[in-house]
Ligand binder design. Structure first.
Ligand code: ADP
Ligand code: MG
Length: 234
């Protein structure tokens, strides 16, 4: 079955000063799928994610070549188009990092935080959106009676699910996760795998993972980065 592309990467190159990290990558990422990116350390997996939400732009000496287009609504948007806002891009392309990074505030406030940044936290449906995001991350039952407690008191697995809920509250169209389970135990990993399979119904997911068994369980497409190039494994 030919799937609809959500992301089109064309001749993407990435350099830290003169050092090439990504070399002439061209590929399409299908909508509502999980694409796994594997490969040894230092191959540019995190860098590849950074190119998709322009997170590298504040790094000194970093430079991108080529093009990335993402389907927003009916049309593909070049995300490096000077007229396209980086804050809009980051609301639509969410990111979760390797180490859970809850903010030093309550569980509830953590999830609301992106809405607050957007100036949309005071709407009547905010508590409902928080509940929905936490439910999608299988966290609601565990935290519904302690929403005002400091998020840093949660376990590592709960914190990572909270960070995913915080990313989902903005209803991103693309969700990128950079080795999200590498600091977690097996049970916590499995929960995150399960929730990602649910989330992909509404979102296109890119998952950097070291774990081949994990990738085989949940990814629709497996990519390996090697020497700055992408090899599609399935
Ligand atoms: P991976 O996620 O696959 O481990 P990275 O994308 O983090 O790889 O890094 C790819 C390459 O870019 C590595 O060689 C790394 O040393 C280099 N690199 C990463 N960040 C920087 C930086 N801020 N400045 C210079 N080089 C960097
Ligand atoms: Mg990395």
């Amino acid at each position: 079955m030919k799937m609809k592309p959500k992301i089109k990467i064309k001749n993407l190159g990435f350099y830290y000063n003169a050092h090439p990290v990504l070399k002439n990558i061209s590929m399409e990422i299908a909508k509502n799928t999980i694409t796994a990116v594997t490969g040894p350390s230092g191959q540019g997996k995190s860098t590849l994610l950074f190119t998709l939400n322009r997170l590298w732009e504040t790094m000194e000496g970093a430079r991108v070549t080529g093009q990335i287009e993402i389907l927003f609504g009916e049309k593909f948007q070049n995300i490096y188009d000077p007229g396209f806002s980086v804050s809009t891009l980051r609301r639509r392309v969410g990111m979760v990092f390797q180490m859970p990074n809850p903010l030093p505030m309550s569980i509830y406030k953590n999830v609301v935080f992106p809405l607050k940044l957007k100036g949309a936290a005071k709407q009547a449906d905010t508590p409902f959106r928080v509940e929905t995001a936490l439910k999608r991350c299988f966290l609601w039952e565990e935290v519904k009676d302690r929403l005002n407690e400091d998020a840093r008191a949660l376990s590592g697995g709960q914190q990572q699910r909270l960070c995913i809920a915080r990313a989902l509250i903005l209803k991103p169209q693309v969700l990128m996760l950079d080795e999200p389970t590498s600091s977690l135990d097996d049970t916590a990993c499995k929960m995150i795998e399960e929730l990602l399979v649910e989330v992909k119904k509404e979102c296109t997911i890119l998952l950097v993972s070291h774990y081949l068994d994990q990738v085989k369980r949940i990814a629709d497409t497996g990519l390996r980065l090697s020497r700055g190039q992408i090899i599609q494994e399935w």
